[in-house]
Design a protein around this ligand. Sequence first.
Ligand code: AMP
Ligand code: MG
Length: 315
Amino acid sequence: MPADCGIDEAAAVLRAGGLVAFPTETVYGLGANALDPNAAARIFEAKARPSFDPLISHLADAADLPALVGAVPPAVAALADRFWPGPLTLIVDRPAAIPPIVTSGLDTMAVRVPDEPSARALIAAAGVPVAAPSANRFGQLSPTRAEHVVAGLGGAVDVVLDGGPTRCGIESTIVDARGERPVVLRLGALPVEALVEAVGPVEVRQGSSGRPVAPGTLAAHYAPRTPLRLDAVGAHDGGRRGFLAFREPPADGDWAAVEVLSPSGDLTAAAARLFDALHRLDAAGVTEIVAEAVPDAGVGRAVNDRLRRAAATWH
Ligand code: AMP
Ligand code: MG
């Protein structure tokens, strides 16, 4: 793994069918050439990701979308216009150029333009759309630092670009705006309120991201290795416990490790710290993590969604 690898060298690795982990404004992505089925297959292998879970493709510029997929429904184009570059993934029809392995056989594809200049420079230099799910093993905590990527995927990746901690710290919001009313398939860094302000009422479809997958499969996700409980008042297994707090440390209880997401109660800051704090609690040698839900508004809804899924892994 070349430590001092630059963007051009990383782009050449992508063009040659290799895997490049790179920072976006949401989390670190594990990128491969989305036009190359063998390269895409390496993503599934490196992450141990089930083949039924489709990838998001990343473009350098919103203007590249019609070039890739042809005509775009007006509501989709309007959202791209308003929120790209940014943490919004849109569903469009899969063009023939994108091999079915990228979309897990679906006739739709998920696509976005990241709001991180180095990511866009990498994609532009590669000259191809870049399929990139989060750069972690399937189901585990998402990576918000290059160190998380190296610890989780290590030798399975050809290049890891280090851009420091990611700004949003939580995955993109996924929206299917092809129908009459936009449907949110996954809560994420772009708050539902911002969507509503831009396009009017939206439907939020909770659960797995709208994919016809085995029931409950994706309900358990984003999980630390340590069992996590959400809002578990009084629950105690007698071991060393860690606490994930929103604004302030718990007043009582015997906690071996405590992480506070945002002393000022800022939900955006809390989202940015969420996975980093969980990575630290996971490494703290505790037998259980108790997490406190955050206010269920704005990006707080996505934070609570991640915490619920992490907790679902252990119940
Ligand atoms: P990740 O990039 O690992 O955070 O996960 C990508 C998410 O995008 C998964 O939850 C997929 O189910 C979702 N996704 C990708 N393609 C599609 C699609 N065509 N339709 C609906 N959801 C999709
Ligand atoms: Mg992921």
